[in-house]
Ligand binder design. Structure first.
Ligand code: AMP
Ligand code: ZN
Length: 125
């Protein structure tokens, strides 16, 4: 796992009472698989696939479009991180889902991509 040398430098990007900001800050434990200056990736607490990793930008934004508007470089970094994790865990092949809005199933309003890999047992899309 790669590590970040100065985690405190990102405090200004945090939102109070945000679960994923708390995980990024290390206030709530998570099973981290990758981290760098732009993203933190950790295993979903309720996995839906052999590999189910949440790829999360360090900057707080409520959804992926808001992230694209405010920190597009972090969105690009999320894609690179997802590929790096998939290369290590599931032959480089994966599904990447961004739930956006409650009706789409979003429950944590800090942008994140679900990296799903392994035997996915068919495909919704
Ligand atoms: P979403 O429903 O798209 O907002 O995704 C939120 C995801 O966060 C769900 O798949 C949850 O299982 C996951 N989750 C909630 N709390 C934690 C936690 N403490 N550590 C890891 N994953 C979590
Ligand atoms: Zn947040």
């Amino acid at each position: 796992m790669r590590t970040l040398s100065h985690p405190g430098a990102y405090a200004s990007h945090m939102s109070a009472d945000c679960l994923f900001c708390s995980i990024i800050a290390g206030d709530i434990p998570a099973d981290r698989v990758l981290e760098n200056d732009a993203v933190v990736a950790f295993r979903d607490i309720a996995p839906k696939a052999d590999t189910h990793v949440l790829v999360v930008p360090r900057t707080h934004a409520p959804d992926v479009a808001a992230l694209a508007a405010t920190a597009p470089g972090e969105l690009a970094a999320m894609a690179l991180a997802a590929q790096e994790i998939a290369d290590a865990e599931c032959g480089g092949q994966f599904k990447w889902i961004f739930n956006t809005g409650e009706k789409a199933g979003q429950t944590v309003f800090h942008a994140h991509g679900h990296l799903l890999g392994g035997d996915l047992g068919g495909s919704l899309v």
